[in-house]
Design a protein around this ligand. Sequence first.
Ligand code: UD1
Length: 340
Amino acid sequence: MPETVLVTGGAGFIGSHTCVELLAHGYEVVVVDNHVNSAPHALDRIAKTAGRPLAASYQVDVRDRQALSRVFAAHRVDAVIHFAAHKAVGESVALPVEYYDTNVAGTCALLAVMHEHGVHRLVFSSSCSVYGDADSVPLTEHSPVAPTNPYAHTKLMCERVLEDVCAHLAEMKVLALRYFNPVGAHPSGLLGEDPQGVPNNLMPYVAQVAVGRRERLSVFGDDYATADGTGVRDYIHVMDVAEGHRVAVEHLDDRAGFQVFNLGTGTGTSVLQLVAAFGEASGRPIPYQVVDRRPGDVAALVADAGAVAAAWNWTTTRDLTAMCRDAWRFQQLNPHGYAR
Ligand code: UD1
């Protein structure tokens, strides 16, 4: 019998690519998504990309315990991957209660329903933002955590809840993955990032400049203590993130309890380096202007990716060129996203 994985937030950017990866490896996949920040069209794209359908998909909010419980009752769920959450740092400052409710209360509701149905295996979507303004990079899982905004606080709070639940319920097995900066798209060009409105994040913004939807990029500051003065991040191809989740599911039974892992490449890239790489991949130079720093931004965030390599004998394989090439292919084939 193939294993069944329930994916919350399965229609979102990372969720949809993870569903394709799971389907490609023979898993049965059940999606739960309330579609507040994802297109239902992504579900059709998942099946088309994978060449196999999802077992089922449900428009359900994870905070709705009764509806969620009905989903668990309808499927023999072996493991859960929990992506469903709000993820925009700026928005979290304006709407902190909404962030705590969806991200923290949502995780608690999911845990309660998993417990009710005897499901004990979970991969949790966490974030490198829990490290805050790091003193030095690369960051290991033992680096100090110091969230600087409500979004990052919710992710750390969920980790704490999961860790404590694992400490008291011996059957629980939880892996929390702290992603660095997921970018790119499925190489088919069928699946990618479909931000609503003006993109907050660098890569989708650059892609929209390249395709002519936006005039020029604003580079948020060139006076950071980095080689070229612009912010340095650890960009990771979304298919490597997806693969990391599939590999995590395979390693859920390595040991009981709670474990946290970074999911990054270990390579830092500045804004200007990314702009140059995207210009090369698309054949279109990216016009930009340097503006003031964005409040809350930090100079550099780069992972030490050694722990997953040691624990799972797995590393990322896709470089910045592949990230830009695949993001560009998706942008060209879907200049206005999935629906429009
Ligand atoms: C942020 C969050 C991260 C979250 C991610 C995706 C932090 C520390 N990180 O990452 O947790 O998962 O968003 O939602 O809060 N930049 C520009 N111009 C732009 C956009 C960005 O110059 O128009 C620069 C930024 O200043 C930064 C880099 O590009 O140096 C990357 O920014 P972005 O893609 O927004 O990601 P983070 O802020 O690193």
